[in-house]
Design a protein around this ligand. Structure first.
Ligand SMILES: Nc1ncnc2c1ncn2[C@@H]1O[C@H](COP(=O)(O)OP(=O)(O)OP(=O)(O)O)[C@@H](O)[C@H]1O
Ligand SMILES: [Mg+2]
Length: 157
């Protein structure tokens, strides 16, 4: 499934709908180049979950935890992950928590991922660096995630 997202605001709106339809133990993978809009999407999720403090890029911290959210949010960014950091993050422990896990740059931890997740890929449409147009692709693995992506798209219409 593909979706046109034409501004940062629209990306945050998509995040809101994702948050409204999310359930405990949901795993969302976010693919896309630097500056595609992965963190912007997560900010929309965080706001809709009732997080008052700014949702910042966890690039240097790897994981940021927001236990105060309506559905606790665990936001991870594996872009700068070194091999020895990998063992310090227990992804399964986060997935066992009754919250949602959002991962930027998930390919780095590919081998540790469960079989089911919702994967989103954000692509730029135009070559110009300042274009705000994106295409967002959804790829759902497993029954729950197929249902989740359907309800996201339904809620957007
Ligand atoms: N349609 C759009 N969707 C999302 N962000 C957009 C869009 N148009 C413009 N932007 C801007 O692009 C930037 C996206 O930055 P963001 O940090 O979300 O990217 P990222 O994918 O998380 O990058 P990184 O890989 O470095 O973590 C923001 O400044 C945002 O305002
Ligand atoms: Mg980011």
């Amino acid at each position: 499934m593909k979706l046109n997202v034409n501004s940062a605001q629209q990306m945050q709106d998509l995040g809101r709908v994702i948050a409204q339809t999310a359930q405990a133990h949901d795993l969302l993978l976010l693919n896309g180049d630097l500056g595609a809009g992965k963190t912007t999407l997560t900010q929309g999720i965080g706001r809709a979950l009732g997080i008052k403090r700014p949702v910042k890029s966890p690039t240097f911290t790897i994981v940021r935890e927001y236990p105060e959210a309506r559905l606790p949010l665990y936001h991870m960014d594996f872009y700068r992950l070194e091999d020895d950091d990998l063992s310090s993050i227990d992804l399964n422990a986060y997935l066992a928590e009754p919250g949602m896990v959002v991962i930027e740059w998930p390919e780095v931890v590919q081998e540790q991922l469960p079989e089911t997740f919702l994967e989103i890929t954000i692509k730029r449409v135009d070559d110009s660096w300042d274009s705000t147009k994106r295409i967002v692709e959804f790829d759902a693995k497993g029954a729950r995630n197929k249902k989740w992506s359907k309800s996201i798209l339904q809620s957007l219409n």
